[in-house]
Design a protein around this ligand. Structure first.
Ligand SMILES: Nc1ncnc2c1ncn2[C@@H]1O[C@H](COP(=O)(O)OP(=O)(O)OP(=O)(O)O)[C@@H](O)[C@H]1O
Ligand SMILES: [Mg+2]
Length: 316
């Protein structure tokens, strides 16, 4: 059985649009416009897409914070509308900004409070909270007041809170936003570990490199519709994405060469081409440059990236 299934999920908002100082009219926004998908247990599933595409709306519906206007969704085998209480018990949720903390309490006091809400004893809650402070990298900052927390410390505490009930499924809406590179790396490795231990992770992110490194499956959403889905490798393969070669030629002006040439960052001509066989073509280009009597300033081989996938899919 899938951890998450949804069929033809729809969510509409009435947005007030100001036409002028005096006139306003309502327009209908299709935040989710018939989304169907399935997420297997124990995988990291990432939902990506441009601002306003419907990602947060999706997370809110699956975590029972919003009620859909159409379609249905099951999380852990429970219906998100009819069995919302069951769903809440088995999930963890990170939404930014997280308004669920008491500013006058310390980080650990907040975590213990949530642990108690989930029915842990005082001792269990403290033990779990301490463990999560270590895991997320908050450590000793757990003893400080929440109101004094930096953006990144708040983000880490949100992730700790989401894990306090040992959820089966965790929803992370932009989990590494605002984190410094080391903290982001720690959170990414935590996400990987959680999935290895069998937890299902449903996340959103604008960092395509991060999505590629973490996800078993990626779905691209655009204007409330899923427009592509698959593993990062499958998506690249399906779009026949190729390597990009760049060979810089030390010359004042573009030489008469049988490859496409652009002007590079240093002002020198650069042979720039897309290819499935980067090794062979690189040798060909370099041979040709030398044959014409020029020297090669530098060489770059860029692998196809998920960012490229996204750019292509979204510009269709
Ligand atoms: N409460 C609301 N009232 C009106 N419109 C809303 C509401 N919540 C979301 N929307 C609209 O629904 C659409 C989808 O928003 P959503 O927050 O799901 O996008 P997103 O994919 O998470 O974007 P981002 O990458 O910027 O976080 C947007 O057009 C947004 O303005
Ligand atoms: Mg969002």
């Amino acid at each position: 059985m899938n951890a998450i299934t949804c069929e033809d999920l729809r969510k509409f908002f009435r947005a007030k649009v100001k036409r002028s100082f005096f006139s306003r009219e309502d327009s209908l926004i299709r935040a989710l416009d018939g989304v169907s998908l399935g997420v297997e247990r124990g995988v990291v599933f990432s939902l990506v897409g441009p601002n306003g595409a419907g990602k947060t709306t999706m997370v809110k519906i699956l975590s029972t914070l919003l009620i859909p206007d159409g379609g249905r969704a099951e999380v852990g085998g429970y219906d998100v509308v009819k069995q919302a209480n069951h769903v809440r018990r088995i999930i963890g949720l990170v939404l930014a900004p997280d308004k669920g903390f008491y500013t006058r309490l310390t980080g650990i006091e907040n975590l213990v409070y949530y642990g108690r809400l989930y029915g842990l004893s005082k001792e269990e809650a403290v033990k779990k909270a301490e463990q999560l402070l270590e895991l997320t990298g908050l450590g000793a900052d757990g003893a400080r007041l929440y109101e004094e927390y930096s953006l990144g410390m708040r983000a880490k505490l949100s992730i700790a809170k989401a894990l306090i009930n040992d959820p089966e499924i965790v929803f992370l809406d932009e989990p590494t936003i605002g984190l410094d590179p080391l903290s982001a790396r720690r959170i990414r490795s935590l996400i990987k570990d959680l999935a290895t231990q069998g937890m299902t992770v449903f996340m959103t992110s604008h960092n395509m490199w991060e999505v590629e490194a973490l996800s078993n499956t990626v779905a691209v959403i655009k204007s409330g519709k899923i427009v592509a889905e698959g593993s990062p490798a499958e998506l690249k393969e399906r779009l026949r994405l190729s390597y990009r070669l760049e060979v810089e030629i030390i010359a004042d002006k573009s030489p008469d060469i049988n490859f496409p040439v652009t002007v590079g960052e240093r002002g020198y001509p650069v042979v720039t081409m897309e290819t499935d066989r980067p090794g062979e073509d690189l040798v060909k280009v370099i041979d040709e440059v030398r044959r014409l009597g020029y020297s090669v300033g530098g060489v770059r081989v860029l692998e196809p990236s998920l960012e490229e996938v996204l750019t292509r899919v979204l510009s269709r």
